[in-house]
Design a protein around this ligand. Structure first.
Ligand code: TRP
Ligand code: ZN
Length: 493
C-alpha cells in the first residue's frame, strides 16, 4: 500500500521494444491459426510495452531499498525454523498490484530462493546481493493484481548485509529474533523493503514443539500441531505495516495476556532472563496500557488493536518499535525498571509505525518525536519539563561538539540513528512548540497522527502542517534546528 509512485527504469528498453515490434514482420502464433492477422502497428496505445521494474524505490539514502513497478497489499509469510542449525525455510506469498506493465521486477531477499511463481506460473529468477529478480512467464499487466509465491531457505545468521555490516538476525539460547532497522526483512522474508510501501501481514512460523513464537498483531492460533515434534504459531497484523516493523521472536517465553480498552495486551518474557532482570522488565513493560492511555491523551487514539512487548534474553543494545509489540533489549532492565524506554517505543506506535517515514531521510519524524514523548512524560509526571530537558541537553553540548554536526532533518545515511537525531531532534520540537504556542503545537502533533494514520509523511509535510495549523512561518526554526550542521545561537524556547 504505497502512496508514492514507483520509479521505473527501462524507458529506453521500452522504446526499443516498440521499434522492434514495428519493424519485425508479423508472424502467426504457433498455437492458433489466426484467421485475420492483425499487423502489430495497430497495437492499441492503451497497452504500452512492458518495462523492467526498478531495483530501488527511490530512497535517497538506500538506493536499492524497495523496488519499482508494484505496490504490495499483503504478505502471507510462512517460515519453518530450526534453532540448533539456524536454518530457516520459507514459503511466502505476496499480493500486489502492478503500477506498470512489467516484464520483470525485483523483490528484496538475502536468503537463497529456489522457486518463484507469479499468478501460479513458474518464473525465471536471478539473485544478486539483496535483489531477487523475477521474470514472470508472461508480463504482468499494469493495474492488475498479482500473486507472487517465493520458496527460499538458508541460514539467516550467515547472511551479511552491505559492505562491513552485520546480520541483524540475532540467535538466542533457545531460538532467534528477527529485529532490525532499517534492515531485517530480507533476512527472513521477500518484500518490497521500504517504509513507503506498507501492507498487511499474516505470519506463520513452524518451530520445534514447546517453543513459543511472538510476532505482530493478533494471535490467530498457536501452539497448533504441525507435524511430528513441530508446532505452529499464526499471527496477523491487519493495519498497514512497514516491512522493517514485522518481527518474530522464537524461544522459551512466559506469555502474559489480558484484555484492555485498547485491545488485547500480550507481552512475552524470555524464560532464560536473570530473575532480577525479568522482574524489572515486567515492572516496566507491564505499564504499557497506562502509558498508551497517557500518550493517547496527547497524540489521539491509539492506532492499533493489540499492544504488548517482548523481552528476549539478548543484549541487543537497543529497543525497536515493532508494530503493536516493541522488542526491548534485556540490558535496559539490568539496573531495575526503565519506563522511559517503554514510553519511547510506545510513542513510535503513532510516530513511525502508524505514520511512517516517506523516505529514510525523514527519520527525525520517528526519533525526534519519540524522544520528545519521553520529555512530555517527564513534564506531566512530576519530572523536569520538556523545556528543561531541552535546555539541559542544549547546555550539555557546547558549540564545536560533534553532536551539532548532524542535522536531524537531513542526517545522512550514516547519521540516521545518531544521538543528534534523537536529542537535537527533540530540541527542534521544543523550539517549534515555543514558537507556535502549546495549543497549536499539540494540535499539529495530533493532526499529524490522525490525518496520516496508516500512511506516510515527510519532514516537509510536517513543517507545512505546523505552518498551516499555527499560521506562523517556522522556516527559520526549521533551518537552524533541523537543517544546519551547527549549534543554534540560542537554546530551544
Ligand atoms: N528505532 C529504535 C528506537 O529508537 C532504535 C534503533 C536504531 C534500532 N537502529 C536499530 C533498533 C537497529 C533495532 C535495530 O527505538
Ligand atoms: Zn526510537
Amino acid at each position: 500500500m504505497r502512496k508514492s509512485t514507483g520509479l521505473l527504469i527501462g524507458p529506453v528498453l521500452a522504446l526499443l521494444l516498440v521499434l522492434v515490434a514495428l519493424a519485425v514482420p508479423w508472424r502467426a502464433s504457433k498455437s492458433a491459426p489466426a484467421a485475420t492477422p492483425r499487423p502489430p502497428s495497430v497495437t492499441p496505445a492503451s497497452t504500452p510495452p512492458p518495462v523492467v521494474g526498478a531495483e530501488g524505490i527511490g530512497d535517497p539514502y538506500f538506493p536499492r531499498a524497495g523496488n519499482g513497478g508494484y505496490d504490495v497489499t499483503g504478505y502471507d509469510i510462512g517460515v519453518r525454523y530450526d534453532p540448533p542449525t539456524d536454518r530457516l525455510e520459507g514459503h511466502t506469498t505476496i499480493t500486489a498490484t502492478a503500477t506498470a506493465s512489467l516484464s520483470r521486477f525485483d523483490l528484496d531477499l538475502r536468503l537463497p530462493a529456489s522457486a518463484v511463481t507469479v499468478d501460479g506460473r513458474p518464473a525465471v529468477i536471478h539473485q544478486d546481493g539483496g535483489e531477487l529478480q523475477v521474470t514472470p512467464a508472461v508480463p504482468v499487466k499494469s493495474g492488475a493484481p498479482m500473486t507472487v509465491r517465493v520458496d527460499y531457505a538458508g541460514v539467516p545468521s550467515s547472511v551479511a548485509g552491505g559492505p562491513g555490516s552485520h546480520s541483524p538476525w540475532v540467535r538466542t539460547a533457545a531460538g532467534a529474533i528477527a529485529v532490525g532497522e532499517p534492515d531485517i526483512a530480507a533476512w527472513w522474508y521477500p518484500s518490497n523493503d521500504h517504509p513507503s510501501d506498507k501492507a498487511t501481514f499474516t505470519i506463520t512460523a513452524v518451530v520445534p514443539a514447546g517453543l513459543q513464537v511472538i510476532s505482530n498483531g493478533a494471535l490467530l492460533g498457536g501452539p497448533e500441531a504441525a507435524g511430528p515434534g513441530l508446532q505452529q504459531w499464526r499471527w496477523q497484523e491487519t493495519e498497514p505495516m512497514a516491512t522493517y516493523l514485522a518481527f518474530m521472536a522464537i524461544g522459551h517465553y512466559d506469555i502474559v495476556r489480558r484484555d484492555t480498552r485498547f485491545g488485547l495486551y500480550l507481552a512475552a518474557y524470555d524464560r532464560a532472563l536473570d530473575p532480577a532482570v525479568a522482574a524489572a522488565a515486567r515492572a516496566s513493560v507491564e505499564q504499557t496500557p497506562q502509558i498508551i492511555e497517557f500518550l493517547s491523551g496527547i497524540f489521539g487514539p491509539y492506532p492499533f488493536r493489540q499492544l504488548g512487548g517482548v523481552v528476549p534474553d539478548a543484549s541487543l543494545g537497543f529497543a525497536l518499535e515493532d508494530q503493536t509489540r516493541p522488542v526491548y533489549s534485556s540490558t535496559f532492565f539490568g539496573d531495575g525498571q526503565d519506563v522511559t524506554v517503554v514510553v519511547h517505543e510506545l510513542a513510535h506506535q503513532w510516530f513511525g509505525d502508524s505514520v511512517s517515514v516517506s523516505h529514510w531521510s525523514d527519520i527525525w519524524l520517528n526519533e525526534g518525536f519519540a524522544t520528545y514523548a519521553e520529555w512530555l512524560y517527564s513534564e506531566r509526571n512530576g519530572g523536569p519539563s520538556a523545556q528543561q530537558m531541552a535546555a539541559q541537553s542544549y547546555a550539555r553540548h557546547p558549540a564545536g561538539d560533534d553532536f551539532w554536526r548532524i542535522s536531524p532533518g537531513a542526517p545522512g545515511a550514516a547519521g540516521m540513528l545518531d544521538n543528534a537525531v534523537y536529542a537535537r531532534g527533540a530540541m527542534a520540537l521544543q523550539a517549534l512548540r515555543a514558537a507556535v504556542g502549546d495549543q497549536n503545537f499539540f494540535a499539529a502533533l495530533r493532526a499529524w497522527a490522525t490525518e496520516r494514520a496508516g500512511g506516510n509523511g515527510s519532514v516537509q509535510d510536517f513543517l507545512a502542517l505546523v505552518k498551516h495549523v499555527s499560521g506562523k512561518n517556522v522556516d527559520a526554526i526549521a533551518q537552524s534546528w533541523l537543517l544546519s550542521p551547527a549549534r543554534p545561537a540560542a537554546g530551544p524556547g
